[in-house]
Structures are given as C-alpha cells and as structure tokens.
Design a protein around this ligand. Structure first.
Ligand code: SF4
Length: 469
C-alpha cells in the first residue's frame, strides 16, 4: 500500500469549509467497530459466542485482552461510560470474585497458548481497585492467559489522577503495564467545577514526572472540548499546560450533550455550553496549537508525536482501530472481560451483560455472561474492510480490495455511487484506478465518509449517535 503521510487538518473560517461543516453536521458512529454495537442481537447465545473462537491447534496467534472495572468514586457530569459510582470499596471484592471466575471460563474457551500482545484495563476507573486487588487481578490473568514481557507489548491502564499516587504508579509498572492513559479533560478551574472533576495541574505534573522516572513507554492524555465555560482562550491555556507536560499521545474528544440518553449530563448547565461556532474555533485552536508543538493528527481526535508507534504505523498503512481507539499491534482477536465488555474476533462480536446483577447471575450459574452479539456476514466483512482502512489509514488500496473480495469497488458499491460522487465533488475524497484517498479536508469528516459505506446507517435512528463535529 502507498504510504500516507499523517497531516493535520487546517480549520479556518473560510465560507466553503463552513458550508461543508453545516452540510455534514449530522449524527454518526465513531466506528470503533463495524458493524457498530447497535447491530448486536439479543438472541445471541453462549453457543454463538463459542463459535466466535474456532479451535485451531496449536493456536499461537496474538491475542488482545480488555478488562473492564466499572466503579468510580465520583461522577463526572459529562460521562457517557458504562460505570457504577460508589464510595463502597468493598464492592470491588465481589466484582473480583466474579471476574476471576469469568477469566477462568474464558481461558477454557480460548486456550492459554496465544501470546497476549495487547492488554487494556479500562472503566469506570481501574484504579478504584487498591494495590492488593490490582495485583491479584493481574496474577489471575497471568495464570490463565499467556502474558509476555516483550518490549513490543502494549499493556495499558486508564488512570484517574485523583486516585493514584507515585507508589501506585510504581506498582502498576511492576505489574507489567507500560502505557498509561490519564483523564485530564481540562485544567481550567471553572470548567472542572462545572463538570465535577477537580484535579490540579500540580497533581498531573507530579504523576507525569513519576511515569517518566518509572520508565512507562507512553503516556496518553484524554481532553475534551465543548464543555461548559470552555472557549478557544481557555482551551489555549489548557493546551499550553498539556504541551509543557509533553504526553506522547493526546486524544481530544468532542463533548456530545445528550442528557436524554445520559442522565448525569442533566447536571451540566446547558446555557454554559459553547455554541457550534465556538466549538469550531476551539477545534481550529487545538489543531494549530498541537501542530505547532510538533504533534500529528492521525484522525478521529488523536494527536501523537511523529516518533510515536501510531504515527509510524499510519505511515506504513498498518494502523488499526478497536474499542479502545487506535492501535499498532492489535491482535486479530480481542477478548473482553468484565461487565459490559465487548469481545471482537475475526468472526464477529459479543458483549457481556451490562448490569452487575445480570453479570453476577450468569457467572454464578456457571455460564459465560454473554448477552448479545453478532456473527459477521460476507457483506459485513467487505464494508468492515473499507471502513477500517479509511478510518485508520485514510486510504483504500483498490488492488488489495479486488484481490481480497473478487469484485471491484464500483461493482460492489454501485448503489452508493451517487454518495461517493458527492464526497468527491465536496473535495473530501479522491478516487483513481489505484486507490480511494481521504483529502486533508476530508480527515475531519472521516465519520461522514465512512457512513456512506455503512449499510446499517439507512436503518439506524439519527439520535443513536453523537454529531460528527
Ligand atoms: S469520566 Fe471516568 S472517572 Fe469520571 S465518571 Fe466517567 S468513567 Fe468515571
């Protein structure tokens, strides 16, 4: 595949760009998977789940592991994650008991021979667990799956800086994690108060210093734009502070205010939210500031240092995407462990029970806690290939497509040709005999481009997703 140089998107206030933004300001998926979770069926059985893991002997293909810890001590008003807010630390004990039984059952299905090249603990807040509990959980995983100590492994954990000190960071490094993801959101005190997430710059700076000292390979910051009381000026200050701390990766998410779907968002003062125009100004501000600081925009809100593995993978056309974002060494199959966790294999997807009661009940009965899922059909595989290539590498190699699927893009997507031509006319993609490429202007509208190739988009209500901008 031809190389694609990561480029930042130029956002300014020119009338043509404003026209495109208004035209494409519709709700759409973030494509952490295709088909998206909305297509998962409730009539997916445990037998269907087992069929996602065909028996291959010996199976030494790399494996990814996701572990979900659902608890948080405090509620952040903007949050749309699946979490349980509680101060009762004893809840962790019950959860660990069930999670460890699930790990045992999953290991019996998948086997222990596959090297785990990628592991991610997310939530909720994984650091809701104390040091002894984190150690116990890692020990249990290591007893049932083949963890590796190669430098190339990606073992990441999301940390809430309010629940972590230097001693716990040292423990995480000792347990084998080599990547950290920190929820920052914004450093402005008024914004922090409005979203109920108060954490000082000094706290974060201290953890950054410690993470370098302990040798974490990569630290990623999560930021959000579009929060109450934010403006381009406040974001500029936050980004200046962020840049001074020099994280390897920055994810800058668009806050989607959907209080009907996420009741805790009702605590956010709607009148304090920035307008669509102000959000655009923030996006322009962030793109410019991060570019000047040397970060590359690899797409879908992610900025990385040019030397970062993600930037290099994108240049090689090898970037991948999963439920945790972008990845370089994603294994072909990922097992999700814990309440609401999603498993993704070459055959399809499955999601665990979304409530603790149902998750515990299934495990207590000796059943895998799978509640819904989807087996990929031939059409899903074609469209998944196109969407994942575009969203990760901004390019679809047409020769590769034809070799793999024994058809041409024009033949397979004949019904979509008018929509594809519209994307070309709007300057968002370019198409020639070799490839379909996303232009610089198209990169910020990549969700909209992918939606053209998504068969299910015709069936899904618009309110099911957040807006692309
Ligand atoms: S943002 Fe993170 S810490 Fe805050 S409530 Fe959501 S999951 Fe918990």
């Amino acid at each position: 595949m031809a190389k694609v140089s990561p480029m930042t998107v130029e956002w300014d206030n020119c009338p043509e760009k404003r026209r495109l933004i208004e035209k494409y300001d519709v709700q759409g998926p973030r494509y952490t998977s295709y088909p998206t979770a909305l297509q998962f069926s409730e009539s997916f059985s445990e037998a269907d789940y087992r069929a996602l893991w065909p028996a291959i002997t010996p199976n030494i293909a790399p494996l990814s592991l996701y572990v979900h810890v659902p608890f948080c001590e405090n509620i952040c008003y903007y949050c749309a994650c699946n979490k349980i807010v509680t101060r009762k630390k004893e809840k962790a004990r019950d959860y660990l008991n069930h999670l460890e039984k699930e790990i045992h059952m999953q290991s019996a299905v998948i086997g222990r021979s596959r090297p785990v090249t990628q592991m991610h603990w997310g939530g909720g807040t994984p650091t809701f667990l104390n040091g002894a509990e984190l150690t116990e959980l890692m020990h249990n995983i290591a007893s049932h799956f083949r963890l590796i100590d190669s430098e190339s492994r990606e073992y990441a954990i999301e940390i809430d800086p309010r629940t972590v000190d230097r001693a716990l960071l040292a423990l995480l490094k000792g347990l084998g994690f080599n990547r950290l993801s920190m929820g920052i959101q914004d450093f402005n005190p008024q914004v922090q108060q409005a979203i109920n997430r108060v954490q000082s710059y000094e706290q974060i700076a201290d953890l950054m210093e410690a993470s370098r000292l302990f040798g974490f390979k990569s630290v990623s910051f999560d930021l959000i734009y579009g929060l109450p009381h934010q403006s381009a000026a406040t974001l500029e200050t936050t980004l200046r502070q962020v840049i001074a701390l020099n994280p390897d990766r920055i994810a800058l998410y668009n806050y989607a205010h959907l209080p009907d779907r996420f009741p805790t968002q009702r605590s956010i003062d709607r009148l304090a939210l920035p307008s669509a125009g102000e959000k655009l100004a923030m996006l322009a501000q962030a793109n410019q500031q991060l570019r000047e600081a040397g970060y590359l925009n690899i797409g879908m809100d992610h900025f990385v240092r040019p030397s970062d593995d993600l930037a290099i993978a994108q240049q090689r056309g090898q970037l991948q995407r999963n439920f945790q974002g972008y990845s370089t060494c994603m294994a072909p199959d990922l097992v999700g462990l814990g309440v609401s966790a999603i498993t993704s294999t070459r055959e399809g997807f499955a999601q665990n029970a979304k409530t603790l009661d149902r998750y515990y009940a299934a495990i207590s009965q000796g059943s895998l806690p799978v509640e819904r899922g989807l087996r990929l059909n031939d059409d899903d595989r074609v469209r998944k290939h196109v969407i994942m290539r575009l969203i990760c590498n901004f390019e679809l190699d047409l020769n590769e497509f034809e070799t793999q699927f024994k058809t041409t893009l024009a033949d397979y997507f004949s019904a979509e040709i008018p929509a594809i031509q519209e994307l070309i006319a709007d300057g968002l993609i370019q198409l020639d005999r070799q490839s379909l490429r996303v232009t610089a202007a198209g990169r910020s509208l990549i969700r909209n481009i992918c939606m053209v190739f998504d068969r299910y988009q015709r069936e899904v209500p618009r309110t099911a997703f957040s807006k692309a901008l």
